[in-house]
Ligand binder design. Structure first.
Ligand SMILES: C[S@@+](CC[C@H](N)C(=O)[O-])C[C@H]1O[C@@H](n2cnc3c(N)ncnc32)[C@H](O)[C@@H]1O
Length: 245
């Protein structure tokens, strides 16, 4: 297994789990958007669905509401997070969790999943190419990716160091990259994508600013009433990208 993109210090585990578990407590706007986009593909069907970099698996639980007969596989490389997923959803029928690196999956799962979801993973890696090729290799038909994108021909690679966390006391411990959308789309097409549909996400709700010494979403309203989503110093320019293979 390759080196983890994220460095989690033991001392930060409780905090990380608490932050991640919020996704399971109420439906987030980003997830509601996926529900709408994916419904025509998975609703009432019997499919194999992969959540790649599943975290605590909350998205699998949301999608299962639409597709209870489908088989869901969640893979994540971080042991304490996948253990949390097992605690939360391990007893659900049709759910299976694996500890592992997405980039190793094509060896076992070539074109094995009808649908693959990747939420908030690619922008948190050093870069996307090898990871994206692995996602394409394991997917038969539909790949849904939520990440941060910029409309022009510029990639932004940002390393994050939250000094307040144990990991941040030692080193830069995460990435939060914004990728050039035209370049990303071009890469997809060169790697077998037949159709790429881009769905920009706008959060549409007010979120107050929390602790400015920790990453975490808040919103600012523009003069024309739109909500800009920000985390630390980074504009969260989320898009859902639907790739048909
Ligand atoms: C920001 S979290 C997002 C988790 C989840 N998808 C969500 O939206 O809540 C990124 C997750 O990707 C996982 N991850 C990063 N690189 C990975 C890889 N190469 N293979 C498997 N999991 C990976 C991390 O362990 C972490 O749980």
């Amino acid at each position: 297994m390759k080196e983890d993109a994220y460095i989690y210090d033991k001392g930060d585990r409780e905090y990380t789990v608490a932050v991640t578990k919020r996704y399971a407590e109420k439906k987030y706007e980003l997830d509601k958007m996926l529900e709408k986009l994916i419904a025509p593909i998975i609703k009432s069907k019997e499919l194999r669905i992969l959540d790649a970099g599943c975290g605590i698996g909350h998205l699998m639980a949301i999608l299962k509401e639409q597709s209870p007969a489908s088989m869901f596989t969640g893979v994540d490389q971080t042991a304490f997070i996948i253990n949390e997923a097992k605690k939360l959803y391990g007893k659900e029928t049709g759910f299976h969790f694996e500890l592992g690196d997405i980039e190793d999956l094509p060896q076992r799962y070539r074109a094995a999943f009808d649908v693959t979801i990747s939420r908030a993973v690619l922008s948190w890696l050093p870069y996307y190419e090898a990871h994206l090729q692995a996602l394409i290799a394991v997917t038969k038909k539909h790949l849904f990716i939520a990440s941060l994108f910029y409309d022009g021909d510029i990639d932004f690679i940002t390393q994050v160091r939250e000094f307040k966390l144990e990991a941040g006391k030692k080193e830069f411990s995460a990435y939060q990259n914004v990728y050039s959308l035209p370049r990303f789309t071009d890469f997809l097409k060169k790697n077998g994508a037949k159709k790429v549909s881009v769905h920009p996400f706008e959060i549409g709700i007010d979120i107050p600013r929390g602790d400015e010494n920790l990453m975490g979403t808040y919103t600012e309203k523009t003069i024309d009433g739109r909500h800009l989503q920000i985390s630390g110093a980074i504009l969260m320019s989320w898009k859902w990208i639907h790739i048909e293979l």
